[in-house]
Design a binder for this molecule. Structure first.
Ligand SMILES: Cc1ncc(C[n+]2csc(CCOP(=O)(O)OP(=O)(O)O)c2C)c(N)n1
Ligand SMILES: [Mg+2]
Length: 902
């Protein structure tokens, strides 16, 4: 998107600037006649006339400049505002108390622990936006009603804690330990983290840009559940609160057309437009609100601007010529920020002073009144009007652009200043001023101690607050797991995959798709399975599912698909099960998160299977995966076409040799690189049990490949080994040999290892056992855990890492090969009885066939053979001449380029 298009020169005020030769009286006449139409026939007729005029002008050859903007004014005029249903005075009192406690928790935390951080100014700017929501809109989750979903702006977390403190849901001790979670009795996490506060936070929002996108897909997933009959149709809403600076993140606006395309009128964005981000103004030289308005209007959202508070209404009313609205549209945000920190006299001179007629409008008002002209986002009546319009809007999503002041109420301590985002400490005078401004009942002496303040349990404030929440169905945010555990063990479902393919060559992807197909038919989990693909179903051979379970479409299929005469036609359906997301891994991941957390959000055990090109997973959307982990999302990520040498042809940007290394970083993610169908079946069955029967907050990453080979039957009961990360797949047939080796392979490279085993045996007399390493991550975590326990419990009988247990009696040299970085085998080598030689695919991929790629990366059976012989030579077991002969026999080019740096 070209930012230039949205600079302030494109603002509507310029569009309506008076051209040469046009008399003021002419404008006046047009405006008056529009007013009279409005009065006599209402806004719809007025809009129709304007639309016809525009069409007429176009036909007449008038070149009307395009603008998706409306004037820099409130979308809802004062005369159309609904009555505010609450007790405004009391709500202000409650809000003030929350403001105080939110500030107190940050100031106190930083007094106790220098630089512990925390944010005051974000909540200060957004307090009214939240309080109107809490008192009138956000519905809690209960048995009767699923409740609304609210994504709170991460940096406003202190406000949510302070409210929960008034509600009696968070103890003073916890408040005291804000950002000091490890203190006795617990504390509060800096931002919304369901992992850390699983009874409170539902959605992690602090990595900017993730929550807007997640909210869109959440709203869409809610519809999916309804259309598939998995939950009743309700009018529950998804609210997402974001910062205006946050909208710079590409993810924030990246999916807004999906929301309008899907007509998500269950979705409401509230953008807290304080015109500032961390370092300074969001658009000092432009107008972020107008920029966002045109982006959202262009995407066909319902845009409601809440810019000016009620104090402006009488002035606007006096302005019959539209001069004030025009003036409002002229200033760039940097100038508006300046007005916030300036005196009333300055506002008079620099804002109204541009035209004597404007000055006349505010002549009766003293300077102090000018300084206190509120912005819309701080006026509960305006905010209420916007929210009401938003929840009543039908046919599409709504975004509310609310103007606020960053650090509102902090005065000299940081209201509207560039440094305000970082403000964590207030001096005594600043604290007293804040106390007085918001009427907190603390005397000067007490106030400077910044105590938490909670009125008596039976105070009218707390009674009001409780009554409002009861009326709205209970407290929020509140996270609870509402789903019932699954009961079946699914032995029957997975058993057939333990038998192998009887010589038929299939890839692990095909094997997985076979399992998926079976799972979709299962009486218990069939309906719960949510297959998710980002335009890659054909790549993974899943097109047969199009027909059998259908692709979800909220409008069904309005066309006859071009391939209707074929067996596997492209079937879209309102109750379709597959989420075919188009080319968006981020969007697909957001669907994965919505489906994988439905056990908590909706009490429904949906089981997402998100299958994608593995290179475009961790590498591209790792932050979403991290958020999924924080959110206790359950489900299976399938890295398809994985392996740097197994995906032939596609080259450098596609061939994944990294994802298993990146997967190491996500604590509650189980990562597997299986070689055979039965391994996948064991992992899936156990995963479903752990997540959906035992309720563990874990999820899975499984890489699957597109190389076809015969799938063997499970060699005895190796389930435990598969899950723990390794098991002996094939013993040497010549164990009496003096030359011994243990070979470790994973994924498709296991076949290379098996070939090497044969070569070693037949050509060099080496007896090698072959191990399938299904999860280096699991072995690594186990080894570290054992080390840790031994360190902490020196008196206990030392525990032995699983790797060491496996290899206790395994003789010979050790060689590992995988399609991933060499660091994977290396990181478990310290628990092996002897030195390990690692082969892997460090370096950039190439467009080539598998054989050439495996030669290039030195991971094929020849290199595994060579590595084994070399290890044996290093141990003095064989002569160098054997290696020389092998290099020749195997056709290895010793002068080939190093794949890591070429
Ligand atoms: C992805 C990401 N990048 C950077 C940050 C650091 N950060 C925290 S708050 C902030 C500024 C927020 O500005 P805005 O979105 O306008 O919110 P406000 O506090 O003004 O309401 C930044 C850059 C972050 N949290 N996430
Ligand atoms: Mg901001």
């Amino acid at each position: 998107m070209d930012n230039e298009t949205y600079t302030h020169t494109d603002s509507p005020s310029d569009v309506i600037s008076v051209p040469h030769g046009l008399e003021d009286t002419q404008i006046q006449e047009w405006l008056e006649s529009l007013d009279s139409v409005l009065e006599s026939s209402g806004p719809e007729v007025a809009a129709e006339i304007l639309e016809r005029l525009r069409a007429h002008a176009t036909v007449a050859g008038i070149d009307l400049p395009f603008s998706a903007n409306t004037p820099y004014a409130n979308t809802i005029p004062a005369r159309l505002e609904p009555l505010f249903p609450g007790d405004q005075q009391l709500e202000r009192r409650i809000k003030s108390l929350i403001r105080w406690n939110a500030l107190a928790m940050v100031v106190r935390a930083n007094r106790v622990e220098h630089n512990i951080g925390g944010h005051i100014s974000t909540y200060a700017s957004a307090a009214t936006l939240y309080e109107v929501g809490f008192n009138h809109f956000f519905r809690g989750r209960s048995e009767e009603f699923e409740g609304d979903t609210v994504y709170f702006q991460g940096h406003a977390a202190p406000g949510m804690y302070a409210r929960a403190f008034l509600e009696g849901r968070i103890s003073p001790q916890k408040l005291e330990n804000f950002r000091r979670e490890l203190k006795t009795g617990g504390g509060l996490s800096s931002y919304p983290h369901p992992w850390l506060m699983p009874d409170f936070w539902e959605y992690p929002t602090v990595s900017m840009g993730l929550s807007p996108l997640m909210a869109i897909y959440q709203a869409r997933f809610n519809r999916y559940l309804e259309d598939r009959g998995l939950k009743p149709v309700t009018d529950a809403k998804v609210w997402a609160f974001l910062g205006d600076g946050e909208t710079d993140e590409p993810e924030s606006l990246g999916a807004i057309t999906l929301a309008s395309r899907e007509k998500l009128d269950n979705l409401i964005f509230v953008v807290n437009c304080n015109l500032q981000r961390l370092d300074g103004p969001v658009r000092g030289n432009g107008q972020i609100i107008q920029e966002l308005e045109s982006a959202f209007r262009g995407a066909r959202w319902n845009v409601i601007k809440v810019l000016w508070g009620s104090e402006w209404d009488p002035i606007l009313e006096r302005d019959t010529e539209g001069l004030l609205v025009k003036r409002m549209g002229e200033l760039v945000d940097g100038e508006y920020q300046k007005l916030v920190v300036s005196s009333g006299a300055y506002v008079r001179e620099h804002f109204f002073g541009s035209d004597p007629r404007l000055l006349a409008l505010v002549e009766p008002l003293p300077d102090e009144a000018l300084r206190r002209l509120r912005l819309g986002g701080h006026d509960p009546r305006k905010v209420y009007a916007a929210y009401k319009a938003a929840v009543e809007h039908r046919g599409g999503p709504t975004v509310i652009l609310a103007r606020t002041i960053k650090g509102y109420g902090l005065g000299e301590a940081g209201e509207g200043k560039n440094v305000t985002h970082q403000q964590k400490k207030l001096n005594e005078d600043e604290l007293k001023e804040f106390r007085s401004r918001f009427g907190i009942p603390l005397n000067d002496n007490d106030c400077v101690e910044v105590p938490f303040y909670r009125p008596a349990e039976d105070s009218i404030e707390l009674q009001y607050l409780r009554t409002r929440r009861e009326a709205l169905g209970g407290y929020t945010p509140k996270r609870s797991v509402r789903s019932k555990p699954l009961v079946a063990d699914h032995d029957e479902l997975f058993r057939e995959f333990f038998d192998g393919s009887e010589g038929r060559e299939v890839s692990t992807t095909m094997a997985f798709v076979g399992m998926l197909r079976k799972m979709l038919k299962d009486p218990e989990i069939g309906k719960l399975v949510v297959p998710i693909v980002p335009d890659e179903a054909r790549t993974f051979g899943m097109e047969s599912l199009f027909r059998t379970v259908g692709i979800y479409s909220s409008v069904g299929q309005k066309y006859e698909p071009v391939d209707v005469n074929t067996l596997l036609y492209y079937k879209e359906a309102k109750d379709g099960q597959i989420l075919e997301e188009g080319i968006t891994e981020a969007g697909s991941m957001a669907s994965f998160i919505a489906a994988g957390s439905a056990y908590a959000t909706h009490g429904i055990n949906t089981i997402p299977f998100f299958i994608y090109y593995s290179m475009f997973g961790f590498q591209r959307i790792a932050d979403f995966i991290w958020a999924a982990a924080d959110m206790r999302t359950r489900g299976f990520l399938l890295g398809g076409t994985s392996g740097r040498t197994t995906l032939s042809g596609e080259g450098l940007q596609h061939q994944d040799g990294n994802s298993h290394v990146l997967a190491l970083s996500v604590p509650n993610l189980y990562a597997y690189d299986p070689a055979f169908a039965y391994e996948i079946a064991v992992i899936l069955q156990d995963g479903i049990r752990r997540m959906y029967k035992d309720g563990e907050s874990i999820f899975y990453y499984i890489t699957v490949m597109n190389e076809p080979y015969a799938m063997p039957a499970m060699p005895g009961d190796v389930k435990d080994g598969i899950l723990k990360g390794m098991y002996r797949y094939r013993k040497a047939t010549n164990p009496k040999s003096k030359l011994r080796a243990q070979l470790f392979g994973s994924g498709a490279i296991l076949n290379e290892v098996l070939r090497a085993q044969e070569i070693l045996e037949t050509k060099y007399g080496v007896a090698a056992d072959v191990w399938s390493v299904t999860s280096y991550k699991a072995l690594y975590n186990d080894g570290n855990e054992v080390e840790r326990l031994n360190r902490l419990h020196p008196g206990d009988k030392p525990r032995v890492p699983y790797v060491s247990q496996c290899l206790a009696d395994a003789p010979g040299v050790l060689v590992a090969a995988s399609d991933y970085l060499k660091t994977l085998p290396n990181m478990i080598s310290k628990w092996m009885p002897r030195r390990l030689a690692s082969l892997g695919t460090d370096g950039f991929g190439r467009s080539e066939g598998r054989a050439s790629l495996r030669d290039f990366f030195e991971v094929d059976s020849r290199f595994i053979t060579l590595a084994t012989l070399h290890e044996l030579h290093s141990d003095g077991k064989i002569e160098k001449s054997v290696i020389d002969r092998a290099i020749k026999d195997l056709g290895i080019n010793t002068e080939k380029p190093n794949p890591v740096i070429s």
